[in-house]
Every structure is written in structure tokens, then in C-alpha cells.
Design a protein. Structure first.
Length: 705
């Protein structure tokens, strides 16, 4: 905690001292000065009003009765946010561990998440839902903003939004006519190139095409082969067309494609005597290859106070994992796992606004098809081969409604009630055999079906006082469907049950000092049953989900943005979570009640300072410095709390120089080269871990025409 206090103190003190220094300089424009209480220039530095696009209500951030965070495009670029993993601790109580490849990319919010199978956090990209975690780790480029809604969002957004919702918005071509090109280079062989073309085709049509390529040599060397264990090449392309059919009707069509080819899983063994993490050292090359294609069509029709929206989406994922499952120099287990996924969804919503009443109704349907094969070669001569195949299907239908009454009973008080009803059907055809010395031995074959249904209510009160203070309280039910384990060795482990939660939350959002400071504080308590917990299968070769009895999570979150001058902006985000098992009998001899949930950091801290340096216009148009500190911990890696990562913090920074249509950025992450672990696990009697990314730096040149 002393490290946290010191980091916060230094950034705040630096901000205040710099503000004083800027105020003392009178050779620059008045707009650069610190605004005093008797100044008439408050509008030049006031924090602008923000509307959260993800919320169905489309209300300003200040009025929205949900714990929310927003990361704009400027911060994404300055802080080198290249994907969702970089949002860890940037958003209070958000943690996204790195598993060494893009295949499994779970997100945890307030201690809620799912390491394998379906996610417990929702993700949308340009209004298109991403149902599978293997699509979560994608490259950020041409991003407009990222919004995070914490707490269950299932009433409006449906299945498996148990812990919250993340919505990524890319830049729209509307109102733009330009070309942007970008080149970047850094240590560890970093190369990145981007190009974006925005072009109106006609009076009513805007067109965008963009592409990106990124290469990294990797950060960790495999001692056995002498090659880097985690090098990567990623290719991206996106096409977007916005057409206005009439004054009332608009269509937004987006197609994106990403190809990833990476070595992965840079896991090192942990010495059982010293506890020291050793270097990566295993004999079988491991890799992950993915083709990810997504298409979305958003049609919006508006007239007077009525809005009708249709969102149609399709996603195709074709990937393959090859992994040395024993992670040693010996040839014990080599896993080859290709899979193909087809995902379709359709949502239709209608919104009616009339004086103090807003009503939203909608329907949603989806289909998720998975074909997966698993092959395990056992032993140095591969004389024994285990083969499994899965034909998995999920289909679902939902209907939802939400109504908000403003000035409810008294002026300024709003009441919101909503409900969603979900129906889902899951099937799995499973076949398992072994090949020994060329002879095929059938082991198991099943055809199974599961059905789920749930009603998800939400009730919220919020009171707005003179557009300065908003106090809110909510009660929301969360839900994550059950399903099939893709790896199991006993019949009773083939399926797992749904989990349910009740989320109690209260908070306050406020603006102070003539809107020079914006602050939000919220507290939450989550009570949920049958939590789906990751466990290794009995042999240790693979993992599965099992249900715990009961769990709870409680904590607080605070976000402060302070802009004492046009040249300064300070952001401080702090989250605290205490997530524990209240009832968890793991087996006949092990009671884990009272233990902390894994992957739930006790504290997350972000403190950032943005400084616009006073530069003469004949030299540069703008000079911008960004310094930020991100702290995480303490967290446990397993439900038995036998392994943990203590609190750690990383320091990042960037300097951006602009002149006309050119922008040069020098950036660095983990400047102090802090040593920490981003993942740890046990397998086959050994303990393994993956180190966090070391100190990295780069230079980026961007040109606009």
C-alpha cells in the first residue's frame, strides 16, 4: 500500500507544481494558464459532457445509474493500448491475465470471470456481440473509444454478462475525408504498419477501408531450442460503409478480418525448493494460429421520439493450437487442437421516448456452432494417441423490456425497471478413442442435450441534483448458462450447472469546481450461487469447470478526473475487491470456504497525468506528455490459495509531438522493468508461470492527408 500512496502522491504533486509553473508563465496564450476562481474562461478547460454509447438509455455519463468507465481514442494512442489486456487496472477492478496466446483470453471484473468455456464478461465491437473468448484478444487500431459497464448487464445485453460489459467502438467514416498512414518500430523486433482511408462516395454514403500489420520477435527465449517462444505476426483488414437512405433511415455495414500466427505459451517451471521462476525450457514447439472474420449490419430508423434498430452479425473462427502440455525437455504429451466456430445473431430493439417516460423493448436470437478435434500424442515414440472430437451447438432466444420514469414522485428522481427472459438449448456429440501401436480402441461416445431458461430483472433508482450530483442504487440479477466441458475424464464431469448472482450497488457521480473535476464512487455486493470454477481434470492433462456452492464479492470503485488547466489533466482510478468462497466443499476432504477467488486482484490502481507543454507555434503545433502508473494485486492463482502474486506496479509514459499533419510519439511501458507474473498453474506434478512483459519502448510516426 505504501507503493500505491507514493505513486499517487508523486503524480498529484507533479500536476500541482506544473500547474503553478504554467500559471507563472505569461509569454504564452491565456488559454494555457491555470484557471482561477475569478476567471471568465471556465469553458476553455471544462470537462466535456460524455454520452455512453453502450447503454441502451443513451444518457450522459453523469446521469447514467451504472458504474462506467470510458477510455477515449487519445488515451488509447498515448498509453499504447494495443488490446483488451492493456486495460488491466486502467479500469477499476478489471483484470485480464495473459495465457500466452490469443486462444484463451478471459476477462475478470469484480472477481467474476471464466478461465475456460464461455466468458462471464460480455464483449461487443461496434454493436456486434463476441460470444467466444478466442475472439477477445484482437488488435486495437482505429479505435474511437472503449466503454466498460461494471456489474450484470444481462437484462439489456443477454447471456453471460454476469460481471459486466465491454464495448469497443471503431472510428466511423462519417464526416471524414482523409488518409492516415502510420509506422512504428521498437525493441524486441516490434514492427507495426497501418493505413486508413476515409472517403465519401456520394452525398449519402461514406466509405472506409483500413489495414494493419504487426510483428514481434517475442520476449522470452526457449532455452531448449534457442528460439523465441512467443514471436507473433498479425494481419488485419476492415471495410466499413455507412449509407443514409433517408432522413430517418441509416445503415452501417462493417466487415473485419484478422489473421494471427504466433508461437506461444512461454511458461517456465518454478523451482520447488527456492520458488524461483526458471526460464522457458521445453522441447516441442508450441503455437497458435487463428483466422477471425466478423460481419455486422446495423440498421437504424428514427422518427420523432421513436427509434427502431436491427443488428445482424456473423462470425467465423478457424484456429489451431499446438502445445507441449508437459512443458519439459522430455517428450511426454503433445496436444494438437484445431477447431471451427460459426456464430450468428440477430437483435431487434424499439425505443419510445415521451416526456418523462422511456421504454425499450427487444428480441434477440443466436446460434453458436463448434467443431473441435483434440489429439494427444503420448511418449517419445508417440505409440499411444488419444483422439477426441466434439460437435457442439448452442441456440438461444430472448425477449427483454426496460422502462425509465423520470421525475418519479419528486423532481430529479428516476426509476428504472427491466426484465429479460432467456431460453437456451445446448447439444454435444462427443467421440473418444485411442490408438495404440496402430490399433484403434473406442473408449466413449455420447450424444447429450441441455436446456436452460432464466428471468433477469433489474431495478434502479437515481436522483439528479441540479445536474451536479447523481446518486443511484440498483438491484440486478446476473446469470451465466451451464454447459458441456470440452475436456473431462469422468461421466459426472461432462456437464456443469448455470450460475446465478444478485448484484447490489450504490454510488454517486458528481461534478465539482465549475466542472473542472468529475468524480464517481460506487460500492457493490455480489452474492452468487453455483459459481463455475476452473479445475484440472484428475489426470492433470487438461481442465474443466465445476460448480462451487456459494461465493460473494464486495468492494468499492472510484474514478476522478481533474482538469485544473487546459494544459493539464489528471486521472485516478482505484478499485478494491474482496471476493471469497462462502460455501465450497471441493471434495470429501477439502473445504475451501473463506478462501479468496482466483484471478481477483485485491486492489487495482491507475494514476495518469497528461501534460500539454507550452510550445511556440512556429516550432510545433502541440507537445504532449503522458505519464501513468498501473498497480495490481494481491491475487491468487488457484482456489486453494496455494500460489499468489503480490502487489506490483508498472510505470509507463509517452511524448507526442505534432506539426501540421505529422505526429511523432515516443513511448515506453514498464519503464522500471518490474518483474511479475501474469499467469501461474500446476500440471503433472509441476508448477509453471509466465512472466509479465519486460520494459519495452517504441517510436511511432503518423501522417494524415
Amino acid at each position: 500500500m505504501q507503493t500505491i500512496k507514493t505513486g499517487l502522491f508523486l503524480i498529484i504533486a507533479f500536476s500541482l507544481s506544473l500547474a503553478t509553473n504554467i500559471n507563472a508563465q505569461n509569454q504564452y496564450k491565456q488559454d494555457d494558464f491555470l484557471v482561477s476562481l475569478d476567471s471568465v474562461n471556465f469553458p476553455t478547460v471544462q470537462l466535456g459532457e460524455v454520452v455512453i454509447k453502450s447503454a441502451r438509455e443513451q444518457r450522459p455519463l453523469q446521469e447514467l445509474p451504472i458504474s462506467t468507465s470510458l477510455v477515449p481514442a487519445s488515451k488509447i494512442e498515448q498509453e499504447q493500448v494495443t488490446g483488451l489486456t492493456d486495460l488491466t487496472t486502467r479500469v477499476p477492478n478489471l483484470y485480464m491475465p495473459s495465457y500466452g496466446s490469443k486462444l484463451t483470453s478471459p476477462i475478470y471484473i469484480r472477481g467474476i470471470g471464466s478461465r475456460i468455456n464461455s466468458p462471464a464478461i460480455g464483449l461487443y465491437v461496434d454493436n456486434v456481440p463476441q460470444f467466444d473468448k478466442s475472439s477477445f484478444d484482437f488488435e486495437f487500431y482505429n479505435i474511437e473509444r472503449v466503454e466498460v459497464l461494471r456489474g450484470p448487464q444481462g437484462t439489456m445485453y443477454g447471456r453471460n454478462n454476469l460481471g459486466g460489459l465491454i464495448h469497443v467502438f471503431t472510428q466511423s467514416p462519417q464526416g471524414r475525408k482523409n488518409i492516415e498512414i502510420e509506422a512504428e518500430s521498437g525493441n524486441y523486433g516490434l514492427q507495426q504498419y497501418k493505413a486508413i482511408i476515409n472517403q465519401p462516395i456520394a452525398e449519402k454514403t461514406d466509405f472506409q477501408i483500413s489495414g494493419q500489420y504487426r510483428h514481434s520477435d517475442g520476449y522470452f527465449e526457449n532455452q531448449y531450442s534457442g528460439k523465441m517462444a512467443d514471436n507473433m505476426d498479425v494481419y488485419n483488414g476492415r471495410f466499413r460503409l455507412v449509407h443514409r437512405w433517408s432522413r430517418n433511415l441509416e445503415s452501417d455495414f462493417i466487415v473485419s478480418y484478422e489473421n494471427s500466427d504466433q508461437n506461444g505459451y512461454p511458461y517456465g517451471k518454478i523451482d520447488p525448493e527456492t520458488g524461483k521462476l526458471q526460464e522457458v525450457d521445453y522441447n516441442e514447439p508450441s503455437s497458435y494460429y487463428r483466422n477471425l472474420a466478423t460481419a455486422g449490419l446495423v440498421n437504424t430508423w428514427k422518427k420523432n421520439n421513436f427509434t427502431l434498430r436491427s443488428v445482424t452479425s456473423a462470425q467465423y473462427i478457424d484456429d489451431k493450437q499446438v502445445i507441449d502440455q508437459d512443458f519439459t525437455e522430455e517428450s511426454k504429451y503433445l496436444v494438437d487442437q484445431p477447431q471451427t466456430k460459426h456464430i450468428f445473431s440477430q437483435e431487434l430493439t424499439a425505443t419510445v421516448e415521451k416526456e418523462d417516460l422511456e421504454t425499450i423493448i427487444g428480441v434477440f436470437a443466436f446460434s453458436h456452432q463448434l467443431d473441435k478435434d483434440v489429439r494427444v500424442d503420448i511418449g517419445p515414440d508417440k505409440s499411444t494417441i488419444v483422439r477426441k472430437s466434439y460437435d457442439h451447438s448452442n441456440t438461444g432466444l430472448a425477449a427483454f423490456s426496460q422502462t425509465t420514469i423520470s421525475n418519479f414522485i419528486v423532481n430529479g428522481l428516476s426509476f428504472t425497471s427491466g426484465i429479460r427472459v432467456d431460453w437456451e438449448n445446448a447439444t454435444q456429440d462427443y467421440y473418444y478413442d485411442m490408438v495404440q501401436n496402430g490399433r484403434v480402441i473406442p473408449v466413449d461416445s455420447t450424444d447429450s442435450e441441455l436446456k436452460f431458461s432464466e428471468a433477469l430483472p433489474r431495478i434502479t433508482f437515481d436522483y439528479q441534483f441540479r445536474n451536479v450530483v447523481n446518486i443511484f442504487a440498483s438491484l440486478t440479477k446476473g446469470y451465466k448458462t451451464g454447459g458441456f466441458n470440452s475436456t473431462f475424464e469422468r461421466a459426472e464431469d461432462q456437464t456443469f450447472d448455470a450460475e446465478h448472482s444478485w448484484n447490489y450497488e450504490a454510488g454517486i457521480k458528481s461534478k465539482w469546481l465549475f466542472n473542472l473535476m468529475r468524480m464517481s464512487i460506487s460500492g457493490f455486493y455480489i452474492d452468487w450461487k453455483n459459481q463455475q470454477i476452473y479445475q484440472p481434470v484428475p489426470s492433470g492433462r487438461g481442465s474443466m469447470l465445476k460448480n462451487a456452492g456459494r461465493s460473494e464479492s464486495r468492494g468499492v470503485e472510484a474514478e476522478i478526473i481533474l482538469k485544473p488547466a487546459k494544459a493539464l489533466e489528471t486521472t485516478i482510478n482505484i478499485g478494491h475487491t474482496r471476493a471469497t468462497f462462502s460455501e465450497y466443499q471441493k471434495n470429501d476432504s477439502t473445504d475451501l470456504s473463506g478462501n479468496f477467488l482466483p484471478y481477483a486482484p485485491r486492489v487495482t490502481v491507475y494514476a495518469g497525468q497528461e501534460i500539454t507543454l507550452p510550445i511556440r507555434e512556429n516550432i510545433l503545433d502541440k507537445a504532449l506528455v503522458n505519464i501513468n502508473y498501473q498497480g495490481t494485486g494481491k491475487l491468487y492463482w488457484d482456489d486453494e490459495n496455494s500460489a499468489s502474486q503480490d502487489y506490483y506496479g508498472v510505470l509507463n509514459g509517452s511524448v507526442t509531438l505534432e506539426k501540421k499533419n505529422l505526429r511523432l510519439t515516443l513511448w515506453a511501458r514498464n519503464i522500471l522493468d518490474t518483474d511479475y507474473q501474469v499467469f501461474r498453474f500446476s500440471a503433472l506434478g509441476n508448477n509453471y508461470a509466465q512472466r509479465g512483459i519486460p520494459a519495452i519502448w517504441g517510436v511511432r510516426l503518423k501522417a494524415s492527408f
